[in-house]
Each structure stands twice: as structure tokens, then as C-alpha cells.
Design a protein around this ligand. Structure first.
Ligand code: MSP
Length: 513
């Protein structure tokens, strides 16, 4: 079985500082990367910044600084955010790097050589904010100006010489590919959008611009720069040292396991990118997942709308892990979601502090007092203990399967329900009344500690720092976390000392409590 896993986030435009929408894509990708890592996969996790195009050039001009200097500055804020979000990315790519330029130009040459690129003239609408071409049917009139119906961003008329990619030629092969690979585009509703769009007919795509210079030059041409989306999408193979297909990274990780993106950029990833790759005879990524948006009120959060929520402000106030937990649990994956401080505080108080934190504290305090501060030795599982412990063993493959289908909701519900059941089990078993039946008392404590261990392993992809803090109870370190070990009921070594730990999550005092 292929034990390599390659996951990517979109590369972000450094036109302004990162916001919660960007943090969301990155945190979800980190969740999958960490899960695969603890399940024994070799993981390559890529993120970065998309630095060319008119949008960036204009943003730099507005600040009055040279474009590259502007990019350096803002790209750094994205790189810093990866650290703040505790991402485990393997690489951070910038499209202004030489390795990427080389890769894009090489892909261009390949497309040219295969006769998929020709010179003509583009006359039509273009949105700088989306860096996208729109047809007449895709735009509307708004307050005397034209704008895209889907994104609501302004469009302007472009009339210039341009190279074209023969996208129309790939209409049928794309439809066949979607049919043969029903999981290529997820979730299902998004797949249908894409298929309908392709079925309605694909026109050739303008892939170069002449009226500005901030981009990668078309090879052997002084006037044209390559269309920013052809440039940007190539980052996914640049990071694996394309065009050198013989190197270990490319051989091991291409095709990508999953490109995780927001639903607004599905067309680029599910139509243009596979068409470019087919034309260049490069295998296609295995899956494109278009997640929903983080909304501000009813609208997508974005710089142009001025309704930005800063992830750093939330982290400063509540901590990183609560934010990660909230985004993974409360934003139902695939759908849009809101950030509500009230719901975030509820998550901290009930799920993190009460359900998880309290269980850890309670069982370690009890074991310290009643089991000599050690993992109990003499145990004898009965039906109740095994029922709880078996939940993991019998669901292990199902959980893996759910993760491979990006069913994060299943994963998190499993954790929340199991924590709830374990708290109930500890209460119902009343170990404090069993001081004259030490084997029973020991078994209840052992079972509960095993579940704390198992749940901490499962929480690691979601709240890594807190999971590691909890695992200090058993002196388990990060590189020992291993998903397969959840089927072992007696992983914890008997007779070994346990450590007490500081409170994992402080409860938030609510005014009306
Ligand atoms: N540069 C392109 C992507 C190129 S990938 C080859 C781009 N950049 S972006 O900075 O505008 O957006 C990057 C990602 O952030 C997209 O997936 C987008 O959907 C996501 N988000 C931006 N705002 C968002 C929300 N408010 N909510 C969730 N994600 C959103 O597009």
C-alpha cells in the first residue's frame, strides 16, 4: 500500500496580511497531515504564497514600494502565521523563487511543444481581484459598473494580444476523467457544479498578459508574462523539483493525495489544472476538496469587503488550540461557517475543559491517591471496560476510511462521544467506593487512563499542544504517537509512575453564568 501522503493548501496572495479564512485552510490541512503522520505515512505538506499578477503589482504600487519588497514583507507574515498556527508544513513555496520560475517555464515549454498553446487576441472581461476571465453570462451590472455574478468583484474590459491554451480540446477527456474517478472532486455538490460548467462548453483560455510585467516571462518572449493561475497552480509540482521527474520527492509524492482549497477556486483546480497536466502528460492529483467559507455575518470574509477577523487576535485571547478545535469541530467541513465568540467559549468550557481536561485531572488525581501514583498493575477487564476499549479497536479502519473521505465530522464526533461516555463510565463505576476491591478499582483506573491516552492520540491532529501536555501524564512524547496502537488495550506499561499535569484548559467565565 502507498504509504506516502502529499497535501497542499492553496498558496495565498500576499496582497494583504492573512485573515481567518486563510488560517482555516491551513489548519484543516495540518489536521490531515498530522493524522497521516501518526498513521505511519510519509507526509509532504506544502503551503506558500502566490506573488505574481496585477493584483499584487497594484497593491505594491498603492503602498509605493517595489513589488518584490512588498511581497517579501507580506509573504513573511504568512510564513510567521504557519508557525503561530503550529503547522507541520514540510515546505513553504514562494512563486517568486527561481525553482518555481524554472518549473513554470518548463511546463509552458512542454505545453507549447505538445501544441496546446497558440498566439491570438483576448477581448473580454477580467477580474483583477479574482485574477479570472469571465464570459458575458457570468457578469452583471451593479451601480453602473460590471461585476462577476459569483464573486461580486469588479471586472474590466481587456483587449490585447495573448497566448491561449487549448482548453476546449480537453473538454471531453476531462468529463471522462471525472466519470472514471468519481472521487476526484469533493464534496459531491461541488463536483456537480464543475461537471455542469464543463458540459456547458469550454473555451480556450488566455494564458499570458502583455499590459503589465509582474510575472514569469513567457520563454523566448520579451512582451508576455504567464497568466498568474498557470503560474500559481504549478507550485504544487515546483516544490517537488519539477521538471526533474527523476528526483526522490517527485517520485515519492506526485501525484498529490489531495489539494485542499476553498470553494471559490474550484474551477481553477478542477478544470484548468487537470487540463494543463493532461496536456503536459503529467498524472493528475488524486483529489481536489473545495471547503466552505468562514463567513463574517452572512458574507465571505475578505479584504476587499473590509470584514476581516484576525486569527492572531483570537489566539492571543483564547489560545491556539481552542481556535483549532473550534474551526475543526464547529465549522461543519464542506459547508460555510461562522466564528462566534460565544460558541468558541462554549467549546472551551464544555468540550475542552469539562469533557477532556477534567477527565485527565480527575483520573490522575484519583490514581495518585489510590494507586500509589502508578499505572495499576493487577487488572481484570470486565464487559463494561471492554465495551469502551473495543470502540477504538473496532472503529480503527472505519476512522481511517472516514479521514480518506475528508469526513472530519465523524472523527470529531467519535472523540466527543467517547469522552462523554468515559466520564459517565468513571462516574457510574464509582471507583471511590471500591477501595476494598482493589482489582476492580485498579481496572477502572487503568481503563480510564488507557482511554485518556487513546483520546489524546486522536486529539493530536486537532489540538497538538494540549494533546502533548496530556500525554505528559504517561511520559509519552510526540514521536511515540501512533494511531495503530489504539487497538492495543494494554498499551500503558503497568507499574510505571504517572505525572500530575497542570490544568489543560482554563474555563472562561461568562457574564450571565
Ligand atoms: N492565490 C490563490 C490560490 C492559488 S492556489 C494555486 C488565492 N489566494 S487567496 O489568498 O485569495 O485565497 C487562498 C485560499 O483562502 C482560498 O482557498 C480561499 O478559498 C481561502 N479563503 C479566503 N477567504 C476565505 C474565507 N473567508 N473562508 C475560508 N476560506 C477562504 O485564491
Amino acid at each position: 500500500m502507498d504509504k506516502n501522503f502529499y497535501i497542499t493548501t492553496p498558496i495565498y496572495y500576499p496582497s494583504a496580511k492573512p485573515h481567518m479564512g486563510h488560517a482555516y485552510s491551513s489548519i484543516i490541512a495540518d489536521f490531515f497531515a498530522r493524522f497521516k503522520k501518526i498513521d505511519g505515512f510519509d507526509v509532504f505538506f506544502l503551503t506558500g504564497t502566490d506573488e505574481h499578477g496585477l493584483k499584487i503589482q497594484r497593491a505594491a504600487e498603492a503602498k509605493g514600494i517595489p513589488t518584490l519588497e512588498f511581497c517579501d514583507e507580506i509573504s513573511k507574515t504568512f510564513k510567521d502565521l504557519s508557525k503561530i498556527l503550529n503547522l507541520t508544513n514540510t515546505d513553504f513555496i514562494r512563486t517568486t523563487e527561481d525553482r518555481h520560475k524554472k518549473s513554470v517555464q518548463s511546463l509552458w515549454n512542454q505545453l507549447k511543444e505538445n501544441e496546446d498553446i497558440y498566439l491570438s487576441k483576448y477581448s473580454g472581461w477580467y477580474s483583477i481581484s479574482d485574477e479570472a476571465f469571465y464570459s458575458e453570462e457570468e457578469i452583471e451590472e451593479f451601480e453602473g459598473n460590471k461585476r462577476s455574478i459569483s464573486s461580486k468583484s469588479a471586472v474590466e474590459w481587456v483587449d490585447e494580444e495573448s497566448f491561449f491554451f487549448k482548453l476546449s480540446k480537453w473538454e471531453k477527456p476531462l468529463l471522462e476523467y471525472y466519470k472514471k474517478n468519481p472521487n476526484f472532486i469533493s464534496p459531491e455538490s461541488r463536483k456537480n457544479e464543475v461537471i455542469n460548467f464543463v458540459k456547458s462548453g469550454l473555451k480556450d483560455l488566455s494564458v499570458s498578459r502583455k499590459s503589465f510585467s509582474w510575472g514569469i516571462k513567457v520563454p523566448n518572449n520579451k512582451e508576455h508574462v504567464i497568466y498568474v493561475w498557470l503560474d500559481a497552480l504549478t507550485n504544487y509540482i515546483s516544490a517537488l523539483n519539477y521538471p526533474n521527474k527523476d528526483n526522490d520527492l517527485y517520485k515519492k509524492f506526485w501525484p498529490a493525495s489531495i489539494h485542499l482549497i476553498g470553494k471559490d477556486i474550484l474551477r481553477f483546480h478542477a478544470i484548468y489544472w487537470p487540463a494543463f497536466l493532461m496536456a503536459a502528460k503529467i498524472p493528475l492529483p488524486k483529489r481536489i476538496y473545495g471547503h466552505g467559507w468562514i463567513l463574517s455575518g452572512e458574507e465571505k470574509m475578505s479584504k476587499s469587503k473590509g470584514n476581516i477577523l484576525d486569527p492572531i487576535e483570537i489566539i492571543d485571547k483564547y489560545g491556539l488550540d481552542p481556535l483549532r478545535y473550534y474551526l475543526i469541530k464547529e465549522v461543519s467541513f464542506g459547508n460555510d461557517g461562522n466564528i462566534s465568540k460565544e460558541k468558541l467559549e462554549d467549546c472551551i468550557n464544555s468540550d475542552l475543559a469539562n469533557n477532556f481536561g477534567n477527565l485527565c485531572q480527575r483520573v490522575t488525581a484519583f490514581a495518585t491517591k489510590n494507586c500509589g501514583g502508578k499505572i495499576p498493575d493487577k487488572i481484570n477487564f470486565d464487559k463494561e471496560d471492554l465495551r469502551l476499549l473495543n470502540k477504538f479497536k473496532s472503529n480503527l479502519n472505519l476512522i481511517r476510511d472516514k479521514i480518506d473521505n475528508q469526513d472530519i465530522n465523524y472523527y470529531i464526533s467519535f472523540i466527543v462521544n467517547t469522552l462523554f461516555e468515559t466520564n459517565k463510565y468513571f462516574n457510574d463505576q464509582e471507583p471511590w467506593k471500591k477501595k476494598d476491591q482493589m482489582t476492580r478499582l485498579n481496572t477502572i483506573v487503568y481503563t480510564t487512563l488507557e482511554i485518556v491516552r487513546k483520546i489524546s492520540f486522536m486529539l493530536y491532529p486537532i489540538i497538538p499542544e494540549s494533546s502533548l501536555k496530556a500525554l505528559k501524564i504517561f511520559n509519552i512524547s510526540e514521536n511515540e504517537i501512533n494511531f495503530s496502537s489504539l487497538e492495543n488495550h494494554e498499551y500503558l506499561k503497568k507499574g510505571i509512575s504517572i505525572n500530575s499535569i497542570d490544568i489543560l484548559f482554563k474555563k472562561i467565565e461568562k457574564i450571565n453564568d
